[in-house]
Unconditional design. Structure first.
Length: 178
């Protein structure tokens, strides 16, 4: 997908399908910095690849929808600072998410995640991460690289005592909720 017309068309189709009211011109889409749909108001089932062509998108909030996967192309959203895909049915986080160098807040609570990417620690701008109510059994050692992290919510995950101790050891000074 490279032509402007295809990108605009895909986003327009997505917007119309779920009644999102997104801009319909390339110029307006280039200025778009926030997509916020929450409380299940639209029952969105997917995130289109064309979203990666929104260079100024700083916030993507699709909370309580019906999304089952995060597209690999998510890593192209270089300006993204806030990503909230909580209360969906996501089972896996693509490795490409670790390319979001400006990401400060990540909320993936109440999904079906069983693991995090090995390179999760590359998200060094992260300050707040909410992963509560998932199915995480372990955490990657790379989390020790999250030097700006202030809060980590891991409540209601089947982490063993040793995994919890590992997290506390790797992230001293971080407010961790188990």
């Amino acid at each position: 997908m490279s032509s402007v017309e295809n990108i605009v068309s895909e986003i327009e189709k997505w917007s119309d399908e779920f009644d999102l009211g997104l801009p319909k011109t390339w110029e307006e889409l280039q200025r778009l910095n926030l997509i916020k749909v929450w409380n299940g108001s639209s029952k969105i089932t997917y995130i289109p690849d064309a979203i990666a062509y929104l260079p100024n998108l700083r916030g993507l909030i699709l909370d309580n929808e019906k999304i089952s996967q995060i597209p690999n192309i998510i890593g192209n959203l270089k300006s993204l600072q806030d990503l909230n895909l909580s209360f969906n049915s996501i089972m896996m986080i693509p490795n490409s998410i670790t390319q979001l160098r400006n990401l400060k807040n990540l909320d993936l609570c109440c999904n079906k995640l069983t693991s995090l990417p090995v390179s999760f620690g590359n998200l060094q701008s992260l300050r707040k991460v909410n992963l509560c109510c998932n199915k995480l059994y372990s955490l990657p050692k790379s989390i020790k690289q999250l030097t700006n992290l202030k809060e980590l919510n891991l409540y209601n995950n089947p982490l063993s005592t040793s995994e919890k101790e590992k997290a506390e050891k790797l992230l001293p000074g971080v407010d961790i909720t188990f």
